[in-house]
Write a protein that binds this ligand. Sequence first.
Ligand SMILES: Cc1ncc(COP(=O)(O)O)c(C=O)c1O
Length: 398
Amino acid sequence: MKKETSSAVRADATRAIISGRSSFSHHGVVNTPVYHASTILHPNVESFEKRHDSKTGDRRKVIYGLLGTPTSFDLEEAIADLEGGYDALLTPSGLAAINIALLAFLRPGDHVLVADSVYAWTRSFSDQMLSDLGVEVQYYNPLVGADIASLIRPKTRVIFLESPGSYTFEVQDIPAITKVAREHQVTTILDNTWATPLFFKSFEHGVDVSVHAATKYLSGHSDVMMGAIVCNEASWGAVHRTHKLFGQCVGPDDAYATLRSVRTLPTRLRAHQEQGIALATWLEGRDEVAEVLHPALPSHPGHEIWQRDFLGASGLFSIILKPQPRQAILDMVNNLELFGIGASWGGYESLLIPVYPEKHRSAVPWNSSGQPLRIHAGLESLDDLIVDLEAGLGRLSR
Ligand SMILES: Cc1ncc(COP(=O)(O)O)c(C=O)c1O
């Protein structure tokens, strides 16, 4: 916010409120307005011809709608500030953020190491696009830690991480991996969607590029598609150039909605965390449940690393049921009243879906005798959610 002149280090809760707020450039209105823009007019030819001249202004100069507007610039600034990055860029989806980040650093003949537990479409992009472009894709055990050194080759350019892993919630030893990557001049890209810029500070743990599906908690209301790429200074040039060459930009209404939601992110995320831990703890005590995969539970194999590196847990976790016939599982899930059956999480509503991690593994096969279910803990009353789950689990044994 422009009025701020103090150099004090602010807490995240404060920065979520003040970062990227230029109220006094907008007649004092609290939220940065929606700028719908493609063409930008200039008062004269001299100004027009200098529009790309970086010496005359900073990166957040309004040149063309494609390259950003005050609405998108304020959102980028807020996200970069919250995560402690050098700068950030927006993309029309989380998947686009992942793809642009990868393409910024990979060329034909290069080798990329991708965590075996990544989001399924990161795997599809790697297998179906990077491979076609002549990049050699190798999946690695997400729990490899410092032993990642043994997988690095002369042509390795990128290590892609996601922690905790999609569906299965393996917690990666990110500082150990990024330390090795730096020693070998390999760029690290982390999908930090689960923790958000609040609960994992990527750059303090040596990550070069942090990507987010802002579709999830950053926008937080299940009505926006958006991605963000947050960079350290060293990675900024390559990502910025690639983002521009691919013509990436976002709709101004979506940028506005996401920026408005960032203001309440600390409050929402705390509530998701509490609900998630409460539901996971309750589920751990149930006979029908073989295992709960939630990094904040002491029983989780990644709990110590999570506690060391993360500042909190969001509301997404999985459970593994004891073996049940498929029809019993369908009866359980189809008849839940409060848990929606939907894939995209991070909104205010609870979700529960069966997931099939074995379809998305190649380095470390996934074996579980019971059905994994992924749960998103929304902001409904905890008691009501437990009543719904209790009835659902009851249907399993009927
Ligand atoms: C961990 C993770 N990363 C990235 C994405 C992709 O985001 P989007 O759906 O906005 O493309 C998702 C979507 O589910 C996700 O769960």
